[in-house]
Ligand binder design. Structure first.
Ligand code: BDR
Ligand code: CA
Length: 310
């Protein structure tokens, strides 16, 4: 049983990641979900996280509000991918699930100080984690593993020619985390682009006999246009669920210990993750960089778990 905190900016693919985690109570003990500004401003990501928890029927899960802006940059959002609310598509009821009064960053710090062996899962910009590391450096060595949807190497960028969205939104936060010494696992575009929600796979979701499957299909249909147009694929990549799938079935993924650094100075390449694949420098390997994923096994897992939800 893994104890996890999920920091997220839903986003339809974040929503699928949350659903996959919420459907896996035998393996994952979700200590809390923190919403952060990213795909859309914080009030939307928070609302969306609450909606997803209610959709899953897991209203035992606590939700916290995290940071409403990056450390230094002006917030960049992705309504052009996810819609004005960040969760355009399904007609989910306005949530009633409460938001905890404690700030998300304080929740992360308190939890890591008081609970052993916690894994941090990040699906959005790293602002909350960087703030927690800055305010309470003692927590860094207590983290079991940080599993992040972050960055890109051979796949280059999705928001700029060289930067992946989560890294681009708050590169200063990425820099703090990459240099923290924490046990880091990255799920970059190199892995997430392997798991595409093809039209056949969306149909499997649509055909599920529960409420969640068809709603998930509607979500992914609403957000796929951007990637399909850009890449000419038969569906959009399912980025964020790779983190949860990695926790549930690491054998679906292949990684390599490398040094990853992030560009924080250049306006041209801001947020670019620089991967020292061939050890061209003496920078120490600070991350397990997942560069491959097995799509069939990934979707088998996702479908099997989502069928368990209401
Ligand atoms: C990441 O950016 C967001 O738009 C997605 O939710 C995902 O976390 C992919 O680059
Ligand atoms: Ca996300």
């Amino acid at each position: 049983m893994r104890k996890i905190i999920i920091d997220t900016d839903p986003g339809q693919d974040d929503a699928l990641a949350l659903l996959l985690a919420l459907a896996s109570p035998d393996e994952l003990d979700i200590l809390g979900i923190v919403a952060v500004a990213g795909n859309v401003p914080l009030h939307h990501t928070l609302n969306n996280a609450r909606k997803i928890v209610e959709l899953s029927g897991r209203t035992d899960i606590k939700i916290y509000a995290g940071s409403d802006r990056p450390l230094r940059q002006t917030l960049v959002t992705a309504e052009h991918v996810h819609g004005a609310t960040g969760l355009d598509g399904p007609d989910l009821p306005e949530p009633t699930h409460p938001v905890e009064t404690q700030h998300g960053v304080d929740f992360i710090i308190d939890t890591l100080r008081n609970v052993t062996d916690v894994t941090l899962v990040t699906l959005g910009p790293l602002t909350d984690i960087a703030k927690a590391f800055q305010q309470a450096p003692d927590i860094i060595s207590k983290i079991r593993e940080m599993v992040m949807m972050l960055g890109a190497w051979r796949e280059l960028g999705n928001v700029t020619p060289t930067a992946e969205f989560n890294a681009y939104v708050d590169p200063e936060a990425v820099d703090i985390v990459l240099n923290s010494g924490a046990n880091l696992t990255l799920l970059p575009l190199d892995a997430t682009h392997k798991v595409q929600s093809t039209q056949d796979r969306l149909q499997v979701l649509r055909d599920m006999a529960n409420r969640t499957g068809p709603q998930a299909a509607i979500m992914l249909k609403a957000s796929e246009a951007f990637d399909i147009k850009k890449f000419g694929w038969d569906g959009a990549p399912l980025h964020d669920p790779c983190t949860i799938a990695y926790l549930l079935k690491p054998e679906l993924f292949t990684g390599r210990a490398v040094n990853v650094s992030v560009e924080t100075q250049s306006q041209l390449t801001l947020g670019m993750t620089v991967v020292d694949w061939y050890r061209a420098t003496d920078r120490w390997p600070n991350a397990n960089f997942i560069h491959d994923a097995e799509a069939v096994g990934f979707y088998d897992l996702l479908f099997e778990r989502l069928r368990r939800l209401p």
